[in-house]
Design a protein around this ligand. Structure first.
Ligand code: GFB
Length: 307
């Protein structure tokens, strides 16, 4: 990407978009076409077409999406399907139509079949049934990957797709009902410690395994791939290591200094038993994550709860 290029980061106020924007600015990029969701509703096709006709960005990072944890995905199934299909369809189509040089589309590791062999290799996509709790979101993201490939095939549009594992970092969502597990547990253990509570409740059995990547590492991978990777299909982005939700809870309990018990609310869903990414293709291109999980959580805890 040329330093004088005009870059559109869709979703620049979110956890992923703000990390990408931070990284672009740190790299010396200065020209951005940015709109908040209040200024531009990406679900409205005409408004998106007008934005691209007016601004004509050179590069697009499509990190705008409706996202959430397992409970939000399973509760707002229609919104997760409609909002994400509308957002990505409008942005990918208008980016192509207005002559964008390259677009990076962001999905998620939940696109894989629930019981796919682990670690997840890119070729396992669509080889089995999806995890029911986040099927609407997963179907939308799979459609986005296929749309990028179709626009490359028919129009030669350079759209690449990146599938990150579970993410955490600055500007995460800490709402107890809609957040992902890592920020949810940071908040629960912190508040329990401050209130002198006896126990913290974990959803599900605690046995599922999850992989966590700091969002600054994802932003680094996105710039790395925007510069170097121009292929159809998609690439996994992760750390290649995972841990049980229970072990994550022990780690966060230690980091927050909470001394009470951990109890389980098994009325809440476990979701996918495991979704460890095989990141050997990304490693072969020369990229590796840098922020280890304990260091990353300590940094986020200090920034968000002690800052
Ligand atoms: O992070 P999470 O909500 O989403 O849940 P997924 C991960 C695991 O943590 C589940 C358990 O087994 C939860 O039952 N868990 C324990 C908790 N305590 C809590 C808690 O207080 N809050 C939450 N949220 N979970 C999401 C997909 O799946 O992964 C999204 O639904 C997206 O679409 C995202 O793909 C990356 O990792 O299970």
């Amino acid at each position: 990407m040329e330093k004088e290029a005009l870059i559109y980061v869709a979703g620049h106020r979110g956890m992923v978009g703000s990390a990408i924007l931070r990284r672009l600015r740190a790299e010396g990029f200065q020209r951005f076409a940015l709109r908040t969701s209040r200024e531009l509703d990406l679900r409205r096709q005409r408004d998106v077409e007008a934005f691209f006709e007016t601004e004509r960005p050179d590069y697009v990072f499509l990190s705008a999406a409706k996202v959430g944890g397992i409970l939000a995905n399973n509760t707002y199934r229609a919104e997760f399907l409609y909002d994400n299909l509308q957002i990505q369809t409008n942005v990918i189509h208008s980016a192509w139509q207005s002559g964008v040089k390259k677009l990076l589309f962001l999905g998620s590791s939940c696109i894989y079949p629930k019981m796919a062999p682990q670690p997840l290799r890119e070729e396992y996509l669509l080889t089995g049934l999806l995890e029911p709790t986040n099927e609407p979101y997963a179907i939308a993201k799979i459609a986005g990957i296929k749309m990028c490939d179709a626009y490359r095939s028919q129009y030669g549009f350079n759209a690449i797709s990146v599938m990150p594992t579970n993410l955490y970092g600055p500007h995460d969502n800490y709402d107890p009902a809609t957040s992902h597990v890592l920020p949810a547990l940071l908040r629960k253990f912190h508040e329990a410690k401050m209130a002198g509570d006896r126990a913290v409740t974990l959803w599900g059995t605690g046995t599922p395994l999850r992989e966590f990547l700091h969002v600054d590492d994802l932003a680094d991978a996105c710039l790395f791939l925007m510069e170097r990777w121009n292929e159809p299909g998609f690439l996994n982005v992760g750390t290649g290591t995972d841990l049980s939700i229970r072990d994550l809870a022990f780690l966060i309990r230690d980091i927050t200094g909470f001394r009470g018990e951990i109890v389980h609310d098994t009325s809440k869903p476990d979701g996918t038993p495991r979704k460890l990414m095989d990141v050997s293709r990304l490693h072969a291109l020369g990229w590796h994550h840098r922020i280890g999980l304990e260091e990353g959580i300590r940094r986020v805890y200090a920034e968000h709860f002690q800052g």
